[in-house]
Every structure is written in C-alpha cells, then in structure tokens.
Design a protein around this ligand. Structure first.
Ligand code: SAH
Length: 266
C-alpha cells in the first residue's frame, strides 16, 4: 500500500519589526525547517541566516510605491510549492496578522486544502513604543490602542470597506483616551494631520518612529499640528509608525507649535 502524501502546508511567519534578535523561537524553528522561503522586503537579511543552505529563498517584496510581486502571484507560488511537497515558509515583517495580508493568504490557501500555520511576530508599533520608552496603554493616559492604517483613505475604499471616518476616530481617541498607532502613514502625513485635527487638539503629543528596532532608527517627538511639517522637514521615510496621544507626554522634545521638532537617532 502506498503511503498517503503529507498534507500540503504553508507557515506564515512574523519576522518582527527589524531587529533579528526579536524573532520568536517558533519563527527560528520554522525558518530552519523551511525548504522554500518567500521573503517580504521589510524582513531583515540576517533573519535568513537561520535558513538551511539548501533552502530556496525567493524575495517577493512589495514596498508601497515600488515595483512588486503581485499578491495573486505570491499566493499561486505558495500553493504550487506546497503541493510539490516543499516546506513553505512565508516571512513577513512584524506580525503577519497586522496589516500583513496573512488573513487573505490564509483563506486562499485553506480554500485549496492547504494547511496554514501562523507564527506571531512583534509588530512595528510595539517596537516603536519600546524605542520611545513609552507604554502605549499607560493607565494614567490611555484605556487602549487603535492600530490603524494611514492608507484607509477614500482612494482605498469600496462598498464593503468604506473609508475611515478620521474625524470620528480622532474624537473617539480623544474622548475615550485611546492611543493611535498609525501604520503606512508616511505618504499621507499632511492629510492625516488635517483629518485628526477635526477631533484632537493641535497640541496633542505625537511621535514618528522610522526604522523602529534597527540601529538606523530615528524618531521625532512633536505635536499633532506639526505632523505634516515635520515629515517634510526631517525627510522621514517609510517604514515609519506614527503614535498619537497623551502616553507621549513627558517625552523630551515635545516641541510647542512652531518650535523645531528634534530628530533623534538610535
Ligand atoms: N505586519 C507589519 C506591518 C506591515 S504594514 C507589522 O506587524 O509590523 C507596513 C508598515 O508597518 C509600514 O508602512 C510602517 O508603518 C510599519 N513598519 C514596519 N516595520 C517598521 C519599522 N521597523 N519601523 C517603523 N515602522 C515600521
């Protein structure tokens, strides 16, 4: 009797925010066991040191604005390799389930009978808060956190997924004392400022952390009214997380309107 082939499987692994030491043990084990790795571009190259020398490494980066591997192609490739009996690992920056499209990939693969395992990673917003030395949920200032994408604009809306009502988000953050952690907000920083000012005071503390957890990290602490100016002036680039809320009070260099916001490195 022939042996039943193993069920095809894909593991979606969070590679953390950048610093390769922030990988989980589970992630390391999954990477070591992989025969095919599909790697996103926010994954630190050193993470691949855990891979077997025999493993096939395929870079499928798709940074906003750059040429990228289409999502449908990535999903097809994963399924193809899994059906060919490969141990497929998809490495994603941060946590695969936070703005990582792991939900879509999981559904797509499972629909084809492929088993999917997800390994958590540390999401960028948490690393950014650690870098600033703040607690996102400091109980003197916040009841919780909203993680939100700055891409959630009318341009990205659909009948099923209407655009974010930023004025409402800002009012809720203000009235219910919630910290905002904004991902993918670099391109729309100026617009975000205008939208958030509809519900939050201009002097609301705000910080931007670029390259969180990496030696190249930089951060700026300022106020909401300065967000657009600070982005332009300091040439802050992706990847960066924007944190808004009173949990930032007490950080040095929270500049008053018009003051120079200070950029600080690693
Ligand atoms: N799944 C990832 C998020 C992917 S969306 C996670 O959990 O972290 C990509 C966005 O994540 C970027 O636009 C940026 O806002 C944020 N990001 C990822 N890595 C970052 C880093 N090292 N520093 C700051 N922001 C980062």
């Amino acid at each position: 009797m022939s042996k039943k082939p193993p069920t095809p499987k894909v593991t979606l692994v969070g590679a953390g925010p950048g610093d390769p030491e922030l990988l989980t043990l589970k992630a390391v084990k999954a990477i070591q066991a992989a025969s095919v790795l599909l790697v996103d571009d926010l994954v630190h190259p050193d993470v691949l040191q855990h891979a077997s020398p025999q493993a096939r490494i395929i870079h499928v980066g798709k940074r906003g604005g750059c040429r990228s591997t289409p999502q449908a192609f990535i999903e097809k490739l994963m399924a193809h390799e899994a059906f060919a009996g490969e141990n497929v690992v998809r490495l994603k920056g941060g946590d695969p389930l936070i703005f990582g499209r792991a939900g879509e990939e999981q559904a797509h693969l499972q629909a084809q009978g492929i088993q999917v395992e997800v390994v958590n990673g540390i999401t960028a917003g948490l690393a950014a808060a650690q870098n600033l030395g703040i607690a996102l949920t400091h109980r003197a200032h916040a009841h919780g956190v909203i993680m939100i994408t700055g891409h959630a604009s009318p341009a990205h809306s659909s009948p099923q997924m209407p655009a974010v009502d930023w004025a409402q988000i800002a009012r809720t953050a203000h009235d219910s004392r919630l910290t905002l952690v904004i991902y993918m907000g670099v391109q729309s920083a100026g617009q975000l400022q205008q939208c958030l000012l509809q519900g939050l005071p201009p002097d609301t503390p705000l910080a931007v952390v670029e390259n969180a957890s990496l030696p190249s990290r930089r951060h700026v602490c300022t106020q909401l009214s300065q967000l657009g100016r600070v982005f332009a002036q300091e040439k802050l680039t992706s990847p960066a997380v924007i944190i808004v809320g009173d949990v930032l009070l007490g950080l040095q260099n929270l500049s008053a309107a018009g003051d120079q916001a200070a950029v600080q490195g690693g």
